[in-house]
Design a protein around this ligand. Structure first.
Ligand SMILES: Cc1cc2nc3c(=O)[nH]c(=O)nc-3n(C[C@H](O)[C@H](O)[C@H](O)COP(=O)(O)O)c2cc1C
Length: 284
């Protein structure tokens, strides 16, 4: 086993590696929740409490986790959830993750708020991926994203329903990862303390929201662009909009952020093929 493989036997090892390599503001962005982080912590506890039943006396030489998700064959019942700005954790992070998912035979979901664009990812993989949509006030922009996802051959659309209002994230505020970003001495120190990350980031031209370039004002100005995004989250987003999306998207439709049985029923009544039972990791 290689040296690196020995160091990364479990998720905690990967976490330690990331903490050493990635500037604090981006590491904390992944490793935190909103407000008191009570939901974030409770989620981990709930997952830990789930246990497998122990059955015996079964022939297991031909065991397999392979199954189908939204009608697509997968090597195991698992998909990569959409994560915004993954391309700031590692250069071209979304492309790396999409390739890893392709190799593992599981779906990759590209976030609306990714650094690599829909087209960048489509050019880097052979199999179709999923696209996650945030509903924006600018319906023209939403319609154009749907067209681009179709054009790129995305095999499912995942609409996130639980982030119309972002919760206060204390670590992000303290680290300057705000909208717009607070670029001061502390931010500079965070970046300067990770020279390897800075050097690696110089190796890519992708440093801003890839899907918004050419649409949001100030394509090369992160401050202007994040300001536009902040005003775009639509407080009036409702089930009628899901029907609007359904009428424009013929492929599989997955609704993310469903936590209540009433909403699950409404989801399927609105034409969804699947739901993601999730509270955004307690981070919204
Ligand atoms: C760093 C980070 C970025 C995220 N960005 C997005 C995003 O852009 N879109 C989205 O729908 N969810 C986003 N999420 C939420 C995840 O997709 C996912 O819901 C969360 O990690 C909890 O996992 P679960 O849904 O399996 O419970 C993000 C989560 C993290 C940790």
């Amino acid at each position: 086993m290689g040296d690196c493989a020995m160091r990364t036997l479990e998720v905690q090892d990967l976490k330690r590696l990331a903490q050493r390599r990635v500037p604090r503001m981006f590491f904390d962005y992944i490793d935190s929740g909103s407000w008191t982080e009570s939901t974030y912590r409770a989620n981990a506890g709930d997952l830990d409490a789930i246990q497998f039943r122990q059955r015996v006396g079964k022939q297991i030489s031909n065991r397999s986790l392979a199954t189908e998700m939204v009608g697509q064959p997968v090597s195991m019942p698992l998909a990569l959830a959409p994560t915004g700005i993954a391309g700031m954790q590692w250069p071209d992070g979304e492309i790396c993750a999409a390739r890893a998912a392709e190799n593992a035979g599981v779906p990759f979901t590209l976030s609306t708020m990714s650094i690599c664009s829909i087209e960048d990812v489509a050019a880097a993989v052979k199999k179709p991926f999923w696209f996650q949509l945030y509903m924006m006030r600018d319906r023209g922009f939403v319609a154009s994203l749907l067209e681009r996802a179709k054009e790129a051959g995305c095999s499912a659309l995942m609409v996130t329903m639980d982030l119309q209002v972002a919760g206060q994230r204390h670590k992000d505020l303290r680290n300057g990862l705000t909208t717009p970003p607070t670029l001061g001495w502390r931010t500079f120190m965070q970046l300067a303390s990770r020279p390897g990350w800075c050097l690696r980031m110089l190796g890519t031209r992708r440093h801003t929201f890839g899907n918004l370039s050419g649409y949001a004002p100030g394509a090369d100005n992160l401050t202007e662009m994040t300001g536009w995004v902040a005003k775009q989250f639509d407080l009036d987003f409702s089930w009628n909009d899901i029907e609007w999306i359904r009428s424009r998207w013929n492929g599989k439709l997955i609704l993310k952020g469903i936590m209540e049985p009433e909403d699950a029923r409404l989801a399927f009544a609105s034409g969804a093929d699947a739901i993601v039972v999730s509270n955004h990791g307690g981070g919204s």
